[in-house]
Design a binder for this molecule. Sequence first.
Ligand SMILES: C[S@@+](CC[C@H](N)C(=O)[O-])C[C@H]1O[C@@H](n2cnc3c(N)ncnc32)[C@H](O)[C@@H]1O
Length: 199
Amino acid sequence: MNLLNEMERYATDNNIPIINKMSSNLLIDAVKSKQPKSILEIGTAIGYSALLMAQYMPQDGKITTIEQDASRIDLAYDYIARAGRTEQIQLLDGDASTILSDLEGTFDLVFIDAAKAQYLDYLCKIVDKLSAGAVIIADNVLFRGMVLSEEPPLKRYKTIVKRLKEYLQFVNTDSRFTTTIHHEGDGVAISYYQGANKK
Ligand SMILES: C[S@@+](CC[C@H](N)C(=O)[O-])C[C@H]1O[C@@H](n2cnc3c(N)ncnc32)[C@H](O)[C@@H]1O
């Protein structure tokens, strides 16, 4: 069994939410066509999507990935080491909302896959770190169909649904971004950043 298959099995057996097949196909396509030299991932879990992206990006490209759950961080370090990609993938340990404000460098591709209610906050914190033409991929933006549903969401999901709507509203109306929402899986928004001068 290869490492990614082993990780898929571990995630299923231990209820760890990793990217689903439909979203991962979109993610792989974006990485293949963009060929990003620098990737930022928000939400590492055990490192599955980071290792997936690493397979398709340029060999000298780098991934910065952020995770706050201690046990997942340990597993991610282990898997990244086993894949021989410790030089390529830097794992930052902590709350993305804090880490993003202090992050250095610019990013050609950003994969947002952490706290659903924080997506817009994450994007606002990194917008000045996007290279012109950068791709932003946000997973689960339709949140089990609730984001586009006419029915009011269950009370416990109200905030998530409201905030995801705000995220989509932002990337659909801010002239710096061109966005397509893919309805496959749990919904994936792919936005292209046109650069700071466009606003
Ligand atoms: C859906 S999982 C990520 C899956 C991963 N991208 C993959 O497909 O293999 C979301 C992860 O984000 C982490 N997370 C949630 N809020 C976070 C935050 N504020 N800062 C850092 N990590 C966060 C969770 O602990 C969880 O492991």
